[in-house]
Ligand binder design. Structure first.
Ligand SMILES: C[S@@+](CC[C@H](N)C(=O)[O-])C[C@H]1O[C@@H](n2cnc3c(N)ncnc32)[C@H](O)[C@@H]1O
Length: 267
């Protein structure tokens, strides 16, 4: 199977268009990622649409008045939580390429009654915002889905103001995954096959111009987590069909990470 750029964008978009239409009413993921205070602050449909791997708005230590961009905003959960943190003197943009997700996010915004938010249609490899627009770029489990991570990081740097910061939650690998998984478009759309290796992330951030790049491992995926990920409608992987030695090769190799970096201040 090929994982060329157009294939990846098309498959990922189709997967998340389906996910936007059938978010579960009882989303166990939201319970594990967001504390009670954050969940209570969200409309039920926004919490139900959560598809991330952490709570970047909390990890980013957002301050009142800050301007924020969320890459791959999905149903809008992290945009709405960020809007609460930055308050009405701040502003939050969400960018997503899937029309159905944007519609869901805008419905959730209307239900939350929050004005200082805007959802924009576009690709995170070509962000529809001017240079130096935001103080913080967030993302929750989306960069792994992009076929061109270098373009995503370069675009994040471009739209950050000098001195602004990157605060991304994502899935990464630690060591090689079996080729059968790396080649699977379903595993790509399920946030596994496209994951960067922990060792590559800092180098890539430094390459595009971020200062103080860092990667913190916040969660290790054990065998039970893998079964959960694999059986999810998004991943569509049949772990039982893999030879046992390849299964051993996956165990311990998927992690959740928090990625930080700064745009150098102007001299
Ligand atoms: C795993 S979901 C995460 C959504 C949201 N961040 C959350 O935590 O619930 C991935 C989202 O990223 C969007 N996406 C994936 N690749 C993208 C790209 N290259 N450009 C723009 N959006 C993208 C999808 O449409 C989908 O809404």
């Amino acid at each position: 199977m090929s994982t060329t750029d157009p294939d990846v964008h098309q498959h990922v978009r189709a997967t998340y268009a389906r996910a936007a239409c059938c978010a579960p009413t009882d989303n166990a993921l939201a319970t594990t990622l967001y504390d009670e205070e954050d969940r209570d602050a969200l409309p039920d449909d926004a919490a139900a649409a959560a598809l991330g791997c952490a709570n970047p708005a909390a990890l980013a230590n957002l301050q009142p008045g800050e301007r924020v961009l969320d890459l791959g905003s999905g149903g809008g959960v992290d945009v709405l939580l960020s809007a609460r943190r930055v308050g009405p003197t701040g502003f939050v943009y969400g960018v997503d390429m899937t029309t159905e997700m944007l519609a869901l996010a805008r419905r959730n915004q209307a239900e939350a009654g929050i004005d200082h938010v805007e959802f924009l249609e576009g690709r995170i490899e070509d962000i529809p915002l001017a240079d130096d627009t935001v103080d913080v770029v967030l993302s929750n489990c989306v960069v792994n889905l992009s076929p061109d991570k270098r373009a995503v990081f370069a675009e994040a740097l471009r739209v950050l103001r000098p001195g602004g910061r990157l605060a991304i939650a994502d899935i990464a690998t630690r060591g090689e995954l079996p080729p059968v998984i790396r080649r699977s478009l379903s595993a790509w759309a399920g946030c596994i096959a496209g994951a960067l290796d922990v060792s590559e992330i800092e180098r890539l951030l430094a390459d595009v111009g971020f200062a103080a790049p860092s990667v913190e491992i916040v969660r290790d995926y054990g065998r039970a987590d893998l079964d959960l990920v694999a059986s999810s409608a998004l991943a569509g992987l049949d772990l039982a069909a893999l030879p046992p030695e390849e299964l051993d090769d996956i165990e311990g190799r998927l992690v959740s990470v928090f990625i930080r970096g700064m745009k150098p201040a102007e001299r």
